[in-house]
Design a protein around this ligand. Structure first.
Ligand SMILES: *Cc1c(COP(=O)(O)O)cnc(C)c1O
Length: 392
């Protein structure tokens, strides 16, 4: 029954319901994409979605993966694994949407408390000191994102996992920035891995989707139950697109990371740039940790231009190849100002604490010709420097 037609691409299965041979007997339990459950109703199980989930699990070296209609819905599915009254410890410069969800939805409506902690310092180079995390008995989840957005801070996943294991607390890692190609947190001790499939896995800026991966059968059962019970499932067509994207993930990540490395070196040498943050540069404070923990340095670059808000705006306005846009992780290169765009909702003092000032520019490097990208950046930096009446 597995693939009776031999189609090399999983068909887009649009049926919402599946004909049963006997009342209460699901169809095709032997189809591997149905995970032994068979099909009865498409929210509960769908062949196109099943094929994608199996493929993403393989890419993340996970036993299981469960797909949701967005990365944010995947995040909420992890929180649904917890009990009322749980305490969550979260990395401080977490994705803005995750912060908003924790602060404004989970805290007031789900009877949970959240604490935001800088975890990169306790995992800094050559530090064998245990992680100084304060755990309460009700601390049930540590939420990490590494590298973070937009300051690309890196947390030592193994070190945090050693602490959470002892405390009988779950460790979830949002692995969106590295993608399964450059980092596999389950092998470093995490219990759950979350991806916004919208970014690198989809890879073409045309699907919004999320996924949670795990090796634990008990968590998998909870995630499936939530997927069906809450109902935030991706459409069969979106699953088809994400599956197609996944097939070129390794090629896109290699090409984008190669471009990013060259661009980081270029920016570092330019007079219009104050500072470049890229885990692949030896100037990155956690370069050694990145080398150890990741299989590549990724394709996100953050840099501080000379000047402030006005100069950053001049720079962004003159880009021609980079699109001025939020989001990341697709074949096309994007540039944005976190303080004015993705992180505008973060309170001023919190932004200052995280080092997100008006001169900070975030680049998501795509797979275009590297020369075109560098020429584009150079041209815009020339205009920036001219707008300041030249430097010195
Ligand atoms: C985009 C993103 C999310 C949220 O994903 P959506 O698919 O937009 O809901 C979560 N975490 C990170 C790191 C992201 O970049």
């Amino acid at each position: 029954m597995e693939n009776p037609t031999g189609a090399v691409v999983p068909p887009i299965s649009l049926a919402t319901t599946f004909q049963q041979a006997h009342p209460g007997q699901a169809t095709a339990p032997e189809d591997p994409n149905s995970f032994g459950l068979g099909y009865e109703y498409s929210r509960t199980g769908n062949p196109t979605r099943g094929a994608l989930e199996r493929a993403i699990a393989a890419a993340e070296h996970a036993r299981y993966s469960v797909a949701y209609s967005s990365g944010s819905a995947a995040t909420s599915a992890v929180v649904h694994c917890l009990e009322h009254g749980s305490h969550i410890v979260c990395v401080d410069d977490v994705y803005g949407g995750t912060q908003r969800y924790f602060r404004r939805i989970v805290t007031p409506t789900m009877g949970m408390t959240i604490e935001f902690v800088d975890m990169s310092t306790s995992s800094s180079e050559n530090s064998d000191s245990p992680l100084s995390l304060e755990f309460a008995p009700q601390t049930k989840l540590v939420w990490l994102e590494t590298p973070t957005n937009p300051t690309l801070k890196i947390t030592d996943i193994s070190k945090v996992a050693a602490v959470t294991k002892k405390q009988n607390c779950l460790l979830a890692v949002d692995n969106t920035f590295c993608s399964p190609y450059f980092q596999n947190p389950l092998s470093l001790g995490a219990d759950l891995v979350v991806h916004s499939v919208t970014k690198y896995i989809g890879g073409h800026s045309d699907v919004v989707m999320g996924v949670v991966c795990t090796n634990r059968e008990d968590l998998y059962q909870k995630l499936r139950f939530t997927q069906n019970g809450v109902g935030a499932v991706p459409s069969p067509f979106d699953c088809f697109l994400a599956h197609r994207g996944l097939k070129t993930l390794h090629l896109r990540m290699e090409a984008a990371a190669r471009n990013a490395h060259a661009i980081a070196l270029f920016l570092q040498s330019h007079e219009g740039v104050q500072k470049v943050v890229y885990p692949g540069l030896s100037s990155h404070p956690q370069h050694e940790l990145a080398k150890r923990q990741q299989h590549g340095f990724g394709a996100m670059i953050t840099f501080y231009c000379k000047g402030g808000r006005k100069e950053a705006a001049v720079f962004l306005k003159h880009l021609r190849v980079f699109a001025l846009a939020e989001s990341l992780g697709a074949v096309e290169s994007l540039a944005e100002s976190p303080s004015l765009m993705t992180h505008a909702s973060v309170p001023d003092e919190q932004r200052a604490k995280l080092g997100i000032d008006d001169s900070l520019i975030r680049l998501s490097i795509g797979v275009e010709s590297c020369r075109d990208l560098i020429d584009d950046l150079r041209n815009s930096l020339v205009v920036l420097v001219e707008s300041m009446g030249g430097l010195k």
